[in-house]
Design a protein. Structure first.
Lengths: 109, 1184
């Protein structure tokens, strides 16, 4: 499953490795683009996926809606008995996650 | 002791005497003194220093002191202090003796050298002339201390003889030298006398300077007309000296040019201190002014390896050389000037030839009587005649038909007179030429008179531009506009016919025109209207038996028919009797593409019909067709009433209702058509149309104002679909409801009691269903019992079908309108922006009423820091189509603007684009590039009204330049011009679309004057206020087009501020983010801090959009500025009140405020009844 088109300022590419889904984001995650990631994560429902990893390497911008979405995703996947984590944030994105105290919660070491 | 020694050496001394007598140069003397003389004296080493010229000496060494056993001569060097020579020169009798101990003290450097060769003692003897003047010093050195005393006598003898010989040799040498140099000067003078080119002069001077003056380099500078000194170069090699010397800059040549005499520089230090860095550091030089009488023509500059070379003689020679050089230079300069002149003449001739042949414009010269003297290929091309015909042509010109000799001459004279009387005014004359093939071209001619030396006019030179394409395009637009204006007001088919005949006939300058309608049943042809210039009777009977054939052909084929293919006989029979040369028949089709009428146009002159003519005729036919359709509908309605009253024929009424419904584009139209036609069809007493709402939850009365209080629907405006009422029943079930009397009504629908009470007793409710969807219901009520027969019912069903379809179409129209408006709104965000020294405001005022959205647009782009592009454009037409074309043009222009080309070039490129897109034809645009750093604006207008500029303290003015034709009309023969204007601080620029200034029946100039007056009627420092004022003052109740206005105020004081108002829509928040980024970038804010600021502003804006606004009509304002205390202050203002509880709950935005607090130095949220303001502050002083 792959979906690379840049719509609403973001592209979400999902790769499956075993029972892990890796979603690589690039672009900006904000009020406009958040629904796209939300839908992409929701579409994993019912699939044989245990871990969801969101790769933030290509993310140039994230606002509080984006952060809220990451938190909500973690909560929802927890409830489904799956794991959720993010990785590779750019320094500025990482800083924002630090400010909001979410580094650990989102599985960043 | 001395005599003994002398006796011993006598033969040798004699030999020396003989040898010295033959010595003709100091060198030969030295050879003897250091050779034989040294042997006589018995010295191991010898040294001779001779004075070559004042202060300078040359030394020779011999014996062990010489490298080989030979004499060794040095260069001329200044006479050093504390040497044997310097002492000899001072001390008339000085005779120094040296011992080993005193070597250093006595002989200085020489002593050290001698000691090095193993000398133990030495003697120095001055060589003197008869008068006692020392001319050299001879030194002999010995390897034994005791040799000295023995050699004293012989040394003195040798020295005496050497002194005599040296004196003579030096003199001889000087004479020889002088003679040689004089000869060289003479040779140089001879050479210089023959020199004619500056290159040769440079070479001759260089050679003469080196050979005759003994200079290291010798150059000349020529004085130019402006006083600049220009190096006379030899055209081959590089030169150490600067190519020019400005009279105001310091250089030896500059100083010499202003000096009376030669400037002699004999101190290397002087050179470097007086002319530091600007002139080569020559150790010595002479700069000699070159004069012819008192006139300085140049400077001769000779540099020397050492000041010693600057002898009196050298100076004299330099002067001699300078005299010859001056003459030669003057001659060369004259020659060069003459050459330059002739080159200029030649190049000017070439250039003129190039212009004449390659010019896009035609060019010709003529005698005052119009005899064509010269021309270029382009002119021949424009008029279509070969050069042989054009050159030598006299009035009447073959390419100017119908203009006789006298007229032509008069025109030629008049053109010459105007050009002479007001040479500064540019006169242009559009003349129509005819090529041999009959094709007509429009040439725009401008001319200037040619004068001879006495100022007498000897002819004209004229350029001719082929403006045919432009004129055609303009004519086409003008004609179509004239016709559509006329047709817009046509109510009846007679009106249409009159408008078509009059407008088309006049604007196409036809001899006459006729509008013929074909009765769709009988096929009968009827002339509805015709007009013939100056004729009481129609000279051409378009429906006459002999002339009707082409008309029928046009109606039959639905194609434009012209008289072009007529045979001579046909022409003779059809056209000539009426004095016509040409005729066209334009078919006019209805909506279903059936030819229902024909517009015949008859022209006096015979000419071929061109493709562009046919395009125009088709467009005219199309316009007439639309107008005719409209008129037929309303006309039919009018007649239907009369006819229905007369015959009571139901079908007839239905037909009229059909016609009215067919043209309905809105539910209101449908309602009106039904009220007018359906009601009479079945003699209903009340009728009402209800439409389903979008979600099919209720029925809503379509109130067309014709439903009076006593009428059927007086109390019923909205009916829920599940209500127990007849209306909702019909809508729900899709079945017609027939209520035959009041009893039945009350029984079936008790809710209708009020209606029954108001006098109605029977009811018909027809569901309006199209494509399986119930769009509404049609209700008809009767004051008596229902008396409809089957035919009536079937007619009503048909009517309901038609009404349903009309409603469906209206809904589609509405959708399109909405879509177009939405598209336009999304393309044209309302905003006010402050960015990079400019404050920009825009307004978009859609045309009122039912008109679909138009194609007006605007944009403002910051291309890069310091460069701003603003544009306003207008696409022909309305609706979704126009909005889409507008969007494409707008983004194309934005993309093209980024390349940074001048506006004219940008519009040329946009032109190509406009031709390819649907709807791009005849689009207009005003485009301006603003350099915000230096306050200049470069602009170009393609068929667009001129930009208005209001500078503080000055009257408003329209920018007249940079004008070109509309886009997409296929005119590429010239490049589009642009122009430049300076913007003083506070200057306002207004770009607008023609909707602001164009009104029917009011001359454009009047409206433009009104616009200028409106701009001056108040402050112009706030573009938002300015836009509002312009629209307020210029908008009236007259029908008009859409209006787009963009105002910009240039204000360098705003460099530190960015401000943006935007509709409360999430995508606009992104735009605001971009704005903030750009601004922070421009101010060099560090990346991390910039990220924080952008994020915090974004959060605040997002909050404002989500919580602070009722909808997209509300605006949010973002303001960023440096406050002068090293603080960046961001203010975000909206019109609502944030509710913290809903904010926290909403979509994860709870982080928003917390984030802002974490990111900014301070956050302040001010809630007021009319809005919320967030102020974010960053202290950047400490960081930077």
């Amino acid at each position: 499953m792959s979906d690379e088109e840049l719509i609403d300022g973001i592209s979400v590419r999902t790769d499956h490795v075993g029972r892990q889904a890796i979603m690589a984001l690039s672009g900006e995650l904000d009020l406009v683009s958040a629904p796209r990631l939300r839908n992409a994560i929701a579409s994993l429902h019912g699939e044989a996926v245990d871990d969801v990893v969101v790769d933030l390497a290509g993310l140039t911008y994230i606002d509080s809606v984006g952060i809220g979405l990451l938190v909500a995703s973690r909560r929802r996947l927890d409830a489904e008995g799956r794991t959720f984590s993010v990785r590779n944030p750019a320094p500025q994105v990482r800083r924002l996650l630090e400010i909001t105290g979410l580094v650990e919660y989102l599985g960043l070491r | 002791m001395a005599s003994r020694e002398t006796a011993v050496d006598t033969p040798a001394l004699h030999d020396l005497t003989v040898a010295l007598a033959g010595a003709a140069s100091p060198q030969e003397v030295a050879a003897e003194a250091l050779g034989r003389g040294r042997e006589i004296v018995g010295a191991a080493s010898a040294h001779l220093s001779i004075v070559t010229r004042s202060g300078w000496c040359r030394s020779y060494a011999g014996g062990k002191l010489a490298a080989a056993d030979d004499i060794h001569a040095g260069e001329d060097v200044p006479i050093a202090r504390d040497t044997p020579l310097s002492r000899a020169l001072v001390d008339a009798h000085g005779q120094e003796f040296g011992t080993r101990d005193r070597f250093r003290a006595t002989f200085g450097e020489l002593g050290a050298q001698l000691e090095h060769t193993g000398a133990r003692s030495a003697i120095t003897i001055p060589l003197r002339r008869a008068g006692g003047e020392a001319i050299g010093v001879l030194t002999y050195a010995f390897e034994h201390s005791d040799s000295l005393s023995r050699a004293l006598g012989s040394a003195q003898n040798v020295a005496d003889q050497c002194a005599v010989a040296l004196d003579r040799a030096v003199l001889l040498e000087r004479e020889r030298d002088a003679a040689r140099r004089a000869q060289q000067i003479h040779a140089a003078a001879t050479e210089l006398a023959a020199v004619v080119h500056v290159h040769e002069l440079a070479r001759a001077l260089r050679d003469a300077g080196i050979d005759a003056l003994g200079a290291a380099a010798c150059v000349a500078y020529a004085v130019e007309a402006d006083g600049t000194l220009r190096l006379v170069d030899d055209g081959t090699s590089d030169c150490a000296y600067p190519p020019t010397s400005n009279p105001s800059s310091t250089s030896p040549v500059g100083d010499a040019a202003n000096a009376a005499d030669a400037l002699v520089i004999d101190d290397p230090a002087h050179m470097s201190s007086h002319y530091p860095g600007t002139w080569p550091a020559d150790p010595a030089a002479i700069a000699h002014p070159l004069r012819i009488g008192s006139r300085v023509v140049g400077v001769l500059y000779a540099s020397f390896p050492a000041p010693a070379h600057l002898t009196t003689e050298a100076r004299a020679l330099a002067q001699a050389l300078a005299e010859h050089a001056a003459l030669a230079l003057d001659r060369c300069m004259l020659r060069e000037h003459a050459d330059a002149q002739s080159r200029l003449v030649a190049s000017e001739r070439d250039r003129l030839m190039a212009i004449t042949t390659s010019l896009q414009d035609g060019l010709f010269t003529s005698s005052p009587d119009g005899l064509i003297l010269q021309t270029n290929d382009r002119f021949c091309e424009i008029v279509g005649y070969p050069r042989e015909v054009v050159v030598g042509a006299e009035p009447p010109y073959p390419w100017w038909p119908g203009v006789d000799v006298d007229t032509t001459r008069r025109v030629v004279h008049e053109i010459g007179r105007r050009a002479s009387e007001s040479p500064s005014t540019h006169h242009e004359y559009d003349l129509v030429f005819e090529r041999p093939d009959g094709a007509r071209v429009v040439g725009s001619l401008s001319a200037s008179p040619l004068h001879d030396a006495d100022g007498t006019t000897v002819g004209l030179v004229a350029t001719v531009k082929d403006v045919t394409a432009r004129v055609h395009a303009e004519r086409r637009l003008r004609v179509l506009q004239a016709i559509s204006e006329g047709l817009a007001e046509a109510r009846t088919i007679e009106d249409v016919a009159r408008a078509a005949v009059r407008r088309a006939g006049r604007s196409l300058r036809a001899l006459g025109a006729a509008f013929v309608l074909r009765d769709h049943r009988s096929g009968e042809l009827r002339v509805l209207h015709d007009e013939w210039t100056g004729a009481a009777e129609p000279p051409f009977d378009v429906t006459g038996p002999a002339t009707v054939a082409p008309l029928k052909e046009a109606l039959l084929t639905s194609r434009v028919v012209t008289s072009d293919p007529f045979t001579e006989d046909a022409r003779h029979a059809l056209l000539e009797p009426s004095g016509a040369g040409r005729a066209v028949w334009i078919p006019i089709c209805d909506l279903e593409e059936r030819s229902i009428a024909c517009l015949a146009l008859v022209f006096r002159r015979e000419r071929p019909t061109h493709a562009e003519d046919v395009t125009l005729y088709v467009a005219i036919g199309h316009q007439c067709g639309q107008a005719l359709d409209r008129a037929l509908a309303s006309d039919a309605e009018h007649r239907a009433r009369l006819e229905a009253e007369r015959s009571g024929e139901r079908t007839r009424r239905l037909q009229q209702a059909t016609a009215a419904l067919t043209v309905a584009t809105e539910p209101l139209d449908v309602a009106t058509a039904l009220t007018r036609h359906a009601r009479r069809l079945v003699n209903a007493d009340g009728i009402a149309l209800f439409a389903s709402d979008d979600e099919a939850r209720e029925l809503v009365l379509v109130d067309n104002g014709l439903v009076s209080a006593s009428d059927l629907a007086a109390q019923v405006v909205r009916v829920p679909l599940d209500a127990p009422m007849s209306l909702s029943d019909a809508a729900r079930t899709g079945q017609a409801i027939w209520v035959h009397d009041a009893d039945e009504w009350m029984e079936r629908y008790p809710a209708g009691a009020a209606t029954v009470a108001s006098g109605f007793s029977a009811l018909v409710v027809l569901p309006l269903v199209a494509d399986g969807r119930t769009l509404g219901v049609l209700a008809m009520a009767f004051r008596g019992p229902l008396t409809l027969d089957d035919d009536d019912r079937s007619v009503l069903h048909t009517l309901a079908d038609l009404a349903a379809r009309a409603l469906q179409r209206a809904a589609r129209f509405a959708e399109e309108r909405t879509a177009a408006r939405t598209l336009q709104a999304s393309l044209l965000p309302r905003n006010v922006e402050v960015t990079d020294r400019c404050k920009i405001a825009v307004r978009y005022e859609p045309a009122g009423g039912r008109a679909a959205v138009g194609g007006d647009w605007y944009d403002a782009l910051e291309l890069e820091p310091g460069r701003l592009a603003v544009m306003v454009g207008d696409v022909v037409g309305r609706g979704l189509h126009a909005a889409a074309a507008m969007g494409q043009l707008r983004s194309a222009l934005g993309a093209l603007a980024v390349r940074g080309d001048p506006p004219g070039v940008v519009l040329d490129m946009l032109d190509r684009f406009a031709e390819r897109i649907d709807g791009g034809e005849a689009a207009t645009v005003a485009f301006a590039l603003i350099d915000t750093a230096c306050g200049t604006m470069r602009y170009a207008c393609a068929g667009h009204p001129p930009p208005l500029v209001v500078a503080p303290g000055e009257a408003p003015r329209f920018l007249p330049d940079g004008r070109s034709w509309p886009l997409g009309i296929g005119h590429h023969e010239r490049h589009r011009p642009d122009a430049r204007v300076r913007l003083r601080p506070g200057t306002a620029v207004v770009l607008y679309t023609d909707g602001l200034v164009e009104r029917r029946r009011i001359p454009l100039d009047e409206r433009l004057a009104a616009l200028a007056a409106a701009s001056a009627a108040g402050p112009t420092d706030d573009p938002s206020v300015l836009c509002d004022r312009l629209i307020d003052m210029l908008l009236d109740d007259e029908p008009r087009d859409d209006i787009a206005v963009l105002s910009l105020v240039y204000d360098p004081a705003l460099a530190d501020r960015a401000q943006w108002s935007f509709p409360a829509l999430p995508p606009r928040v992104r735009d605001a983010r971009q704005l903030a980024r750009r601004w922070l970038d421009r101010h060099g804010v560090a990346e991390d801090l910039s990220f924080d600021i952008v994020l915090a502003c974004d959060e605040a804006c997002a909050n404002a959009v989500e919580h602070g606004s009722a909808g997209p009509d509300d605006e949010v304002e973002l303001d960023l500025h440096l406050d002068g205390h090293d603080r960046i202050v961001a203010t975000i203002t909206d019109r609502g009140r944030w509710d913290p509880s809903t904010m926290a709950a909403a979509r994860g935005r709870g982080h928003g405020l917390g984030l802002m607090e974490a990111l900014a130095s301070s956050v302040e949220v001010t809630r007021a009844p009319d809005g919320t303001r967030v102020t974010l502050v960053w202290n950047v002083g400490a960081a930077s």
